[in-house]
Write a protein that binds this ligand. Structure first.
Ligand code: FRU
Length: 478
């Protein structure tokens, strides 16, 4: 373990006059040295099964390979970086590594060579990235600070740690193109088989990590001054939806619309046990003092895997999205102007391996911008597609009670204060028995008319209802 090496300054801003190499790269993203790493993205065992769907227009999707969770989301030197769980040699889960794509606008993405490769002794599971502007980690220099990735090593039989998961670092000195593993890895090892998905963020003059003990349905909170030495702070959970593993947590502060106030939001992805079946994302609103997260409300926890999807207890939790396909939701670090932007993996572990996508298997959700709205019964997360999305990409519909609108075969219905989306029988849906489904959500306040903005892309539909207080996101192979 390395000891703290303070670079002096406590602010996360670059020194005046500093010109980081990423600026050159960001201005010419297509000039990336794709050939430097000979193991770049060419798949070696790609399946040849006929697949019938072309790539989406607005959503990120890898060209050829398997993708699950978004990882290491960060805005850096004018560029949005999306790393993601990737199998570089197949379109099914395995050999987990970090794929990489960048975008100037969150909508047009350039896929790059694999950023972090699996080895015989470890797979690179989910995690996050930070810009260590003060070089607190000493992995760069004060004048040349690093981007640092904090990821989970899932140890393979080739490792003496086989069967466990621990948190590791890698760093990049060229703005995210090339990465070096930290020689003192792992930096946080509990000897646990299911300790994963570190999300690290700056809090005051320290770093905070939230990660999960997945099988215990717990979010573990740690603190560090240098990203290398971590001190345990507290544990949150199990709470609310706890029938499946807890994965990919995130913790951030959000403004409350119309109020001079902020609250903290803890996202916890759960699989299975989501509100629409299988993978889902729940959230908690509360306080965070730098060490402990305290939720505003805690009701009974459910560990019952057989709880029906209409069960009032399941429905009483706060769900980020009410569709089948919005999982592993995490936010970008360092988004400009205080924006809090998230991406989810637009898929569900119930059938992810079988979805009939052309080329890469899986897409991300549309990036969404978040804030909070104070309702009579507490705070609620509001989501809107990022403002970079052209307004005319969205369809608008107003549904009065009893109304039904059919969009490319998908039925949207508003009845008794409940908005539902039915994709049964639409397009290709028989590739998996769990795919055909109808999802629903109560609309807060049960308005007489609910306004919905709908984004239909090549193989997906995302519904933003009641100003973004309710979202329903589904894959649909029209
Ligand atoms: C969530 C997840 C993470 C893990 C990764 C492995 O979908 O299971 O917990 O880090 O996927 O690919």
């Amino acid at each position: 373990m390395r000891s703290t090496s303070a670079a002096g300054a406590s602010s996360q801003t670059l020194a005046a006059g500093f010109v980081h190499p990423v600026l050159r790269w960001a201005s010419a993203p297509t000039g990336l040295p794709r050939s430097v790493d000979e193991r770049a993205t060419q798949p070696t065992t790609m399946r040849t099964m006929a697949r019938q769907h072309s790539r989406p227009r607005w959503h990120y999707s890898p060209l050829q390979t398997w993708m699950n969770d978004p990882n290491g989301l960060i805005h850096y030197a004018g560029t949005w970086h999306l790393f993601y769980q990737s199998n570089p040699s197949d379109d099914r889960w395995g050999n987990m590594s970090w794929g990489h794509a960048t975008s100037p606008d969150l909508l047009t993405w350039t896929e790059h060579h694999v950023a972090l490769w699996h080895t015989d002794s470890e797979e690179i599971f989910s995690g996050s990235c930070v810009f260590d502007a003060t070089n607190s980690s000493a992995l760069g220099t004060a004048d040349w600070p690093p981007l640092v990735a904090i990821y989970t090593a899932n140890y393979r039989p080739g490792s003496e740690r086989h069967g466990t998961q621990a948190q590791c670092l890698a760093y990049s000195l060229d703005g995210g193109s090339h990465w070096t593993n930290y020689s003192g890895n792992p930096v946080l090892d509990r000897g646990s088989a299911n300790f994963r998905d570190p999300k690290v963020f700056r809090h005051g003059d320290a770093w905070v990590m939230v990660a999960v003990e997945a099988e215990d349905q717990q979010v573990m909170i740690y603190r560090s001054t240098n990203l290398v030495d971590w001190t345990y702070c507290s544990t949150f959970g199990p709470a609310h939806a706890a029938a499946g593993v807890w994965e990919c947590p995130d913790l951030f502060e959000l403004p409350v619309a119309g109020h001079d106030e902020t609250r903290w939001v803890l996202l916890v992805n759960v699989n299975p046990g989501g509100v629409a079946g299988g993978s889902g994302c729940q959230y908690f609103v509360g306080d965070f003092d730098g060490h402990t997260f305290t939720p505003d409300r805690v009701i009974a926890t459910s560990t019952d895997r057989d709880l029906g999807l209409d069960d009032p207890l399941l429905r009483s939790y706060d769900w980020f999205d009410y569709g089948r396909d919005c999982y592993a939701v995490v936010s970008f670090a360092d988004a400009p102007a205080g924006r809090r932007i998230v991406l989810g993996w637009m898929n569900n572990w119930d059938y992810a391996a079988d979805v009939p996508l052309t080329g890469g298997r899986s897409i991300m959700t549309i990036p969404r911008e978040l804030d909070l709205v104070l309702l009579d019964d507490g705070y609620r997360v509001r989501q809107r597609p990022v403002r970079e999305l052209p307004v005319d990409a969205l369809q608008h519909h107003a549904l009065a009670a009893g109304d039904r609108v059919v969009i490319n075969g998908v039925a949207l219905e508003y009845h008794n204060g409940v908005l539902s989306l039915d994709r049964r029988g639409v397009g290709m849906n028989d590739f998996h028995e769990a795919f055909g489904s109808r999802q629903w959500a109560e609309v807060p306040g049960e308005p007489e008319t609910v306004h919905v903005n709908v984004l239909v892309d090549t193989c997906s539909i995302e519904v933003f209802a009641a100003g973004g207080l309710v979202t329903i996101s589904d894959l649909v192979f029209f």
